[in-house]
Structures are given as C-alpha cells and as structure tokens.
Design a binder for this molecule. Structure first.
Ligand SMILES: [Zn+2]
Length: 236
C-alpha cells in the first residue's frame, strides 16, 4: 500500500474509532434506562401501598364477619329463651326488644361488610393494574439493558478490529511520518489528512493550492499544506 493511501486509511480508522467511542458515551439509552428505573420504582411503591390497603380491607372484612357471627349467636340464644314458654309478658317484651336491637346491629354490620367487599374488589383491580404495569416496566428495563450491552459489545469489537488495522499501518509507516500524523491528530482530530482528487484544490484550512502544487500532488500523491501543515493526499 502506498504511503498516501496508508495515511488516509489511518485517518479513516481513527475517525471511525472516535465515532464509535462517542456513540457509547453519549447514548440517550442510558438516560432512558434511568427514567424507566425511576418510574418502575414509583410503581413498585404504589403497588406496595395498594397491597397494604387490600390486606387491611380484608382484615376489616374478617372482623365484620366475626362480629356478624357473634351477633347472630346472641340473637339465636335470646330467641331460644323466648320460646321456652315460662316467661311473663314483661320479660317477653324485653327479650323481643333486645332481639330487635340485635337485628338492627346485625344489619349495620352487614351493610358495612358489603361496603368493604366492594372496596376490596376495587382495590384488587388497582393491585392488578399496578402489577402488570410494573412487570412491563421490568421487561422494558431488561430489554434496554440487553440492547445497551449488545451495542457496547459490538462497538468495542469494532474498535478492536480497527485498532488492529491501524497497527498494521503503523508498522509500515516511517517513524517520522507517524510522528507527524500523531501531532496533527492532536491539533485536528477530525481532519489531520485531507483527501484531494482531480477537482478538489482546497485544504481544510481554506488555503487553495496553486495549479502547479495541485498537479505536483497528483503526481507525488502526498504533500503538506503551507498554511496548516496538514497532510494532503491525492487519491483517485
Ligand atoms: Zn491547510
């Protein structure tokens, strides 16, 4: 490979390596991943609260059930007493009042129980919704993480291949030329080498080559800019 071609390839590899590294650094996906994690955390908290609320409602429901059972037993006991038959009018009337009172209490407990049951059904739907949303966030996070890892792996392996290609060129370029290239690379990381063809006659710094210099470049294949010192290569 001729020197001009080697230098131009070297610059192309460096450019690609720079782009690949940049892509890894400024990837929006890292920010997206952070957002997804924040949202999943909020959902996890909501889910936890909803489950706590459901548990508390279920405990209340249980309490009302027990209360209802207790009142029912008490009522049955009084009804038995009433029908024993050895009671006076006053006693029967009192028992009757107490049974009615218990029936009223029972009704209230039952109403309360129904109310709580409705709330439980509602809360179960809430828990299910949070749960499925939370799961879908976890899936999104996982797939995005895999995507980031995949790209990282790909870019790193591409960088490694390019470094190997660079190494081959480095071994074939003269030490002086390599030093010159590396110095220019520090000053102009995006264009230390400028490629010319039959038409192109202007350096990256804006300097126009004279027709004579341009013709000479076409013959020699390589030259240096008088103004910025960049490496000028002719490749058709
Ligand atoms: Zn120049």
């Amino acid at each position: 490979m001729a020197e001009n071609e080697m230098l131009y390839n070297l610059f192309c590899y460096d450019r690609k390596i720079m782009d690949l590294k940049k892509e890894l650094e400024k990837s929006d996906d890292v920010e997206r991943l952070e957002n997804l994690r924040d949202q999943a955390k909020t959902l996890e908290q909501n889910l936890f609260e909803a489950k706590k609320q459901l548990k508390s409602l279920q405990n209340q429901e249980k309490k009302e059930e027990l209360e209802n059972e207790k009142l029912n037993q008490e009522k049955q006991q009084l009804e038995k007493e009433m029908y024993l038959g050895d009671k006076g009018v006053k006693e029967i009337s009192d028992l009757y009042d107490r049974i009615n009172e218990l029936k009223n209490k029972e009704q209230k407990v039952f109403d309360n129980y129904c109310d709580i049951s409705d709330k439980i059904e509602h809360e179960k739907v809430t828990v299910e919704n949070y749960e499925s949303k939370y799961q879908s966030y976890l899936e999104d996070i996982l797939s995005l993480k895999q995507e980031i890892e995949r790209r990282k792996k790909y870019n790193n392996s591409e960088i490694e291949k390019l470094e190997q290609e660079k190494e081959k060129i480095n071994n074939n370029l003269s030490k002086d030329m390599l030093n010159k290239y590396n110095q220019l690379m520090k000053r102009f990381p995006y264009d230390p080498v400028v490629k010319f063809d039959q038409q192109k006659e202007t350096c990256a710094c804006g300097l126009d080559l004279s027709t004579e210099r341009h013709n000479n470049l076409i013959i020699e294949g390589i030259d240096f800019c008088d103004s910025c010192n960049r490496i000028l290569v002719y490749l058709d």
